[in-house]
Design a protein around this ligand. Structure first.
Ligand SMILES: [Zn+2]
Length: 192
């Protein structure tokens, strides 16, 4: 618990700092910022698929994914600022990698590489950011975000914010990207 951040002796801001984000190349906005007040630690809410909440992922049909096999499903988000935002999930409802068998963990490593390669087959994508948070849903899901070649400002931690700042990818380009990913997934070797 970050009690030191709530130490009133540190003044009205609780010792929160304001890094010079306006000077950072990847910061998407102009002008200065000031940190929000940090709320006191609070109860953790139930996530999707946890406690009394039904799991959205487990309830989805395969036709809501762009690619599936016996154990994994790949979903593509509708057009947004980045050319590709996709999510890979195991069919099995597990919370984190810690809950998977060794065989599934080994396959997960292969799947991460297969999806990364598939996204990289799209022309104009330089890098694929692969992330796992697990804060919104309790069903394990890996994020894949395609980072456009040359758009250096989208190169790192603020890519997810840039995804909301950049104008959405045109529908026809997005459909081409989808087809490219599906073709690459189908063409890559199936895990043994
Ligand atoms: Zn689930």
């Amino acid at each position: 618990m970050p009690e030191h951040a709530h130490d009133q002796r540190r003044g009205a801001t609780g010792g929160l700092r304001t890094p010079p984000v306006q000077e950072w190349d990847s910061w998407p906005f102009e002008g200065g910022v000031q940190p929000k007040a940090l709320r006191a630690p609070e109860p953790e809410p139930s996530r999707d698929g946890e406690g009394d909440r039904a799991c959205e992922a487990c309830g989805k049909a395969d036709d809501q994914y762009i690619w599936t096999d016996e154990r994994w499903r790949l979903q593509l988000f509708p057009p947004s600022g980045l050319p590709v935002v996709a999510i890979l999930e195991p069919r099995e409802h597990v919370d984190g990698p810690r809950d998977l068998s060794d065989a599934m963990l080994a396959e997960m490593g292969i799947m991460l590489a297969r999806v990364e390669r598939a996204v990289l087959t799209i022309e104009g994508i330089e890098r694929v950011h692969i992330l796992r948070y697990g804060e919104g849903a309790a069903h394990l899901h890996w994020w894949f975000m395609g980072r456009p070649t040359g758009l250096r400002q989208t190169a790192s931690g603020f890519a997810m914010i840039w995804d909301d700042v950049l104008p959405p990818t045109p529908e026809d380009v997005w459909r081409e990207n989808l087809a490219t990913i599906v073709a690459a997934m189908n063409a890559s070797a199936h895990p043994a």
